[in-house]
Write a protein that binds this ligand. Structure first.
Ligand SMILES: NC(=O)c1ccc[n+]([C@@H]2O[C@H](COP(=O)([O-])OP(=O)(O)OC[C@H]3O[C@@H](n4cnc5c(N)ncnc54)[C@H](OP(=O)(O)O)[C@@H]3O)[C@@H](O)[C@H]2O)c1
Length: 332
């Protein structure tokens, strides 16, 4: 099997790439990156190219059996234009480059964030785009739409929030829940003299927090690749557990853990989410205001199709991830 992989140098992609290299079914991998020029495996051919450049449309010289498209911008602190360039233009150029060849299969790393603002996220084409002010979500949803209107057979994996490795918690990207955790750790140790301290959180205690270990997310792409291609041309997968924890359960686990080394923070939920307040909080805490929106978004996340293909055991639940998460958070 010959695979085109984008994003293979990233947090998720590194794990996908090493899993692909280890599979006998995969004989050749063309790995697109703007950076490195070589890879130690003889199976891997590095294609040094920028997906956002129009020149990318001429970069592919042969057909592939499947594409795993992970490249994109996942950084809540970046403006809309940067998200658009990376997530939408990058996908558009990839699809243009593939036009020279017969339609293939594309497995795409999307996100549960495409549902922000909705009451539920079904495993199907979105009825509405997320509001434009949620730049990351909006542009990932646009990328989904581009794939849906392409002639390719597409697996759209709407991943939950990626955290460190399920076994040792190793994390190289300390954003999202880790930025909350780091802030709490700082407060807890700085104010260790106080035994209990109210900790204001502009969040919803019932917001779902679909945490997914990065190594297990990577394995989904490998299993998806090897799974029989179904008759349905476009497939959406809600890639998270059914027993997704509530924001408050996660906060309680963090504050309990931190209480052993500092003071016990007592989460105090506030409804104040005016943009001015969030922008001010962003300056002080360096947590992007957009992160707070996700901690406040209460929705039903569907995953029945995902479970039918991958099974609940494909992803470890919070009780199994707790220690790894805290270890990763402490060393981040
Ligand atoms: N992290 C999460 O929690 C999460 C959750 C849900 C979905 N996702 C999705 O999963 C994917 C991977 O996320 P990640 O956290 O692994 O991201 P990451 O660590 O920031 O990696 C981004 C990858 O995209 C590549 N890339 C970016 N712009 C490119 C360009 N113009 N041309 C070619 N390659 C480009 C980078 O390659 P080079 O720098 O080597 O060029 C890098 O390999 C993204 O699509 C993201 O939206 C992530």
């Amino acid at each position: 099997m010959k695979i085109l992989l984008t994003g293979g140098t990233g947090f998720l992609g590194k794990q996908v790439l090493s899993k692909l290299v280890a599979r006998d079914e995969v004989t050749e991998i063309i790995a697109v990156t703007r950076g490195r020029t070589s890879h130690p495996s003889t199976k891997v051919r590095v294609l040094q190219a920028d997906l956002t450049s129009p020149a990318f449309v001429n970069e592919l010289d042969s057909a592939v059996d499947a594409v795993i498209h992970l490249a994109g911008l996942y950084d809540f602190s970046k403006p809309y234009a940067a998200n658009y360039e990376s997530n939408v233009l990058g996908t558009l150029h990839l699809l243009e480059a593939l036009k020279k060849f017969a339609p293939t299969r594309i497995l795409f790393a999307s996100t549960y964030a495409v549902g922000i603002g909705s009451k539920e996220l079904k495993e199907e084409k979105l009825a509405d785009l997320p509001p434009r002010e949620h730049g990351y979500s909006h542009t990932k949803a646009l990328a989904e739409a581009l794939l849906e209107s392409s002639p390719h057979s597409c697996d759209i994996y709407r991943l939950g929030i990626l955290i460190g490795d399920s076994k040792d918690g190793v994390i190289e990207k300390a954003d999202g829940p880790y930025s909350f955790y780091r802030l709490m750790r700082r407060a807890s140790t700085t104010l260790a003299a106080a035994r209990r301290l109210p900790f204001p959180l502009p969040a919803n205690p019932d917001a779902p927090l679909p945490l997914v270990a990065v190594d297990e997310a990577a394995e989904l792409f490998v299993q998806g690749l090897l799974a029989e291609n179904s008759q349905t041309r476009i497939r959406h997968w809600g890639a998270y557990r059914t027993d997704t924890i509530r924001f408050d359960d996660w906060i309680q686990a963090c504050t309990e853990h931190l209480a052993t080394t500092g003071c016990r923070l007592v989460p105090t939920y506030t409804k104040r989410q005016e943009s001015g307040v969030l922008a001010f909080a962003e300056k002080i805490t360096r947590i992007p205001a957009e992160t707070v929106h996700f901690a406040s978004w209460k929705a039903v996340l569907h995953n029945t199709k995902f479970l039918a293909r991958h099974g609940e055991a494909a992803l470890t639940g919070w009780s199994g991830l707790r220690e790894a998460f805290l270890r990763g958070g402490d060393s981040a």
